[in-house]
Design a binder for this molecule. Sequence first.
Ligand code: SER
Length: 314
Amino acid sequence: MRKIIVIGAAGQIGSELVPFLRNKYGNDNVIATYRKTLLQDSIKKSGPVVYLDALDNNIISKLFNEYEVDTVYHLASILSATGEKMPQTAWNINMNGLINVLEMSRKYNIKNIIWPSSIAVFGPTTPRDNTPNTTILQPTTMYGITKVAGELLAEYYYKKFELDVRSIRLPGIISSETLPGGGTTDYAVEIFYEAIKKKEYNCFLKKDTILPMMYMPDCLKCMTDLLETDNSKLKRRVYNVTGMSFSAEEIATEIKNHIPEFQIEYKPDFRQEIADSWPKSIDDSLAREEWGWNPSYNLESMTKDMIDILSKRL
Ligand code: SER
């Protein structure tokens, strides 16, 4: 059985990945770590929970050793919009956090590391439709810069030290458990909360802005399927993945099918420029070919599920 540590377990993905992994690998085999944000009670009750700052090698080293960790999910990161407000902090947390985790993983012979990259590695010079796996990577955000550098580091550690780091370029993730924080794709989650609570939403992107997205159940499958794939099948360290693509107006229309009174206004802010530099759709055929990636949700089924879950809870 694996011994897994999740760095950044309080975040949008971590808060759902931890229960998913505990269900699959056993509660005691999944160590949830937090830094600033405290973990949910259900995570605290169901298995080990510890403080970890990825900028502190002593803590990483102590925990890897104490829990005999063999698998790492390194999710702690500053996202695109926050990264533009504090670029040096984004660089520090995203880059120094990652290299610490890689270095400690090397020292403790960690078997597998999953570290998400992002569609933010692409920029205005990248083809925006059906963006291929191998293409121009010239991002214009600090977040994107740290993700490109991170991808190169992952390749480097794999080639030089045989450290098995694997990565997926995640699009916007839509989920009902924990709100995302500080990203450009966050609107596609907020819109559901506001539609249910207030029947109206002020969107910070223009209505014709199309971005690639993925629903959380597919994201969890993606992150665990990639981990369990035999290394001999993987011809690269980093994969494009996507679930669906839609414009802000299209998701609003889909929500109106369930909540007819729903109203939306568009007031683009600084995040519009970030969104405009990212792809509209992603070619994920290599992930499909090499490790069987195959998402289940589209705009319609995701919207229905989100509204069902959130209307019961809110
Ligand atoms: N969801 C991220 C962001 O908006 C993209 O990886 O920053």
